[in-house]
Design a protein. Sequence first.
Length: 248
Amino acid sequence: MRRLSNKVAIITGASQGMGEAHAKMFVAEGAKVILTDVNEKDGQALAESLGENAMFIKQDVRYGAEWKAVVEQGEARFGSINVLVNNAGIIGTIAHTVDFDQSDYQLVCDINQLGVYLGMQSVIPSMIKAGGGSIVNISSIAGMIACAGSPNLAYVGSKFAVRGMTKQVAFEYGPKNVRCNSVHPGYILTPMMVAATDENGGGAGDVIPLKRMAKPSEVSQLVLFLASDESSFITGMEHVIDGGMTAC
């Protein structure tokens, strides 16, 4: 039996990078997956390549009405939702706090923080109806420590917020058998990370004890574990996957 058999999952930001890797692994492990993203072309192509157990819905995570539509369409196709992976996010402008534009700050928080809140709020009723579920919120090591090399108050603030919201939801909905955990990646070889550093991550590996950036699929293995029943007694916790960057 595959690890996510009989699970229905929503994965946001699923058209590329970590979201794409999560979607591929989830389908391979038996889940029915609703992929969402603002990137309709790549998201639709990915869903079609994954076969009948995947569907794509264009979604901007900042809007509650779009979340409602995703849940309704997902339930109509596959049934009640068991798993939510809040993966969509942006880094935003790199700037010191006194130079950061308010509109840029708001955009980062709307996607990284508000989007996670709306996702959990929208999906929890479906999980309760299903008898329980697992929420995996993708934060960052910037939700654990300051980003010394790339100052961005909005990104750090939003990722710390994801960590706190995760704990609150775990506490509130544990009695309903809904688990909620956060994942805190370090440097991962995704298009977003490569764009924010040099080509192929540049010298990022120099500050990582394992001396390399991670492949998206390595993060997917952790997300898979948290989504599955193998982690049935784990909730409200931070799960760091950073090659040792925050070890000291």
